[in-house]
Design a protein around this ligand. Sequence first.
Ligand SMILES: C[S@@+](CC[C@H](N)C(=O)[O-])C[C@H]1O[C@@H](n2cnc3c(N)ncnc32)[C@H](O)[C@@H]1O
Length: 347
Amino acid sequence: MSPTKALEQGGEVRIGLASLYRGDALELYRKWEEPTCIISDGPYGLGKYPGEPVTPDKLGEWYAPHIAAWSQHARPDTTLWFWNSEIGWATVHPVLALHGWHYEECCVWDKGIAHVAGNCNSKTIRGVPVVTEVAVRYTRRAALSGIDGAPLDLKDWVRSEWLRSGLPMHLANKACGVANAATRKYLTKCHLWYFPPPDAIERMAAYCERHGAPAARPYFSLDGINPPSAAQWQRMRAKWNHTHGLTNVWTEPPVHGTERIKAKNETGYLHANQKPLALMERQIRSCTDEADVVWEPFGGLFSATVAALKARRRAYASEMNAAFFKAAAQRVQEEAPATFGKLRKAA
Ligand SMILES: C[S@@+](CC[C@H](N)C(=O)[O-])C[C@H]1O[C@@H](n2cnc3c(N)ncnc32)[C@H](O)[C@@H]1O
């Protein structure tokens, strides 16, 4: 469908690996493929567009149906990046936690002093000028069925699968080919636990099958039928692609120059909140791989979608406002690579 038709009738505009929608994200999530990453850059409680709360204190209520839908469609390996002001995030955090989003870290976008230069009257100002927004990373915590069918977190589940075999704990080290990491780390009950590497799960499963008590259900099986595979186990937690030297303070000026989308026939900017592509790309690369799915429910000018396409990810995005949608769809068309080539993973 063309952007013009989408403006008139709603519906999907496909551009390369992106699916763009003009409409309310709440109506669209069910049509989208499950996300590996959600970039939420919605209302900050500034009353800037119809329906946006005018203060941050109502943001929790505003976001609640979206957060419920994200939880419904998320997988254990889905990451959420939640953009807001500090107070906006503080207000919404309890709702995110209630819906199973696990706080990982808060990254601060430092726009620099130039952001407020010339705008501060030291005679009247009553606090420090604000030059920051936050991008907060949340992940999911997987639960798997224990022997009695009750849900267990991954730490308890891994331990209970080994115990089910009847084998002594120390043999897990032999199974994994490690000195003592299996007993000290993978099977421990304490805070030193960490997520066993995928090959360790495969090795423990194979060892229990060979030497453990006969069992109807394969050991460490994630579907109850087949032995676990490394790839399946890998998907039980969010991805993290590390960039050495990067901290949680992101110094980046607000978008100006050619990246900034201007209003037609005017000198002003089209959208007040256009985010830097560099930051969007950083977020996407940190938690997805090529061909993974990125959601951008509050699209604005579809900055996350443009960044996703540049990084060869697939994107689903929506924007309610017709003027923003039209400009954003055109931007995706122009800025996304013209040819996408073959993705490494089947799209
Ligand atoms: C903060 S702006 C996003 C800016 C965007 N990150 C960018 O770089 O251009 C939020 C946008 O979400 C849109 N929006 C708000 N509620 C929405 C909803 N329920 N569904 C779709 N879009 C929505 C608003 O019209 C606004 O353009």
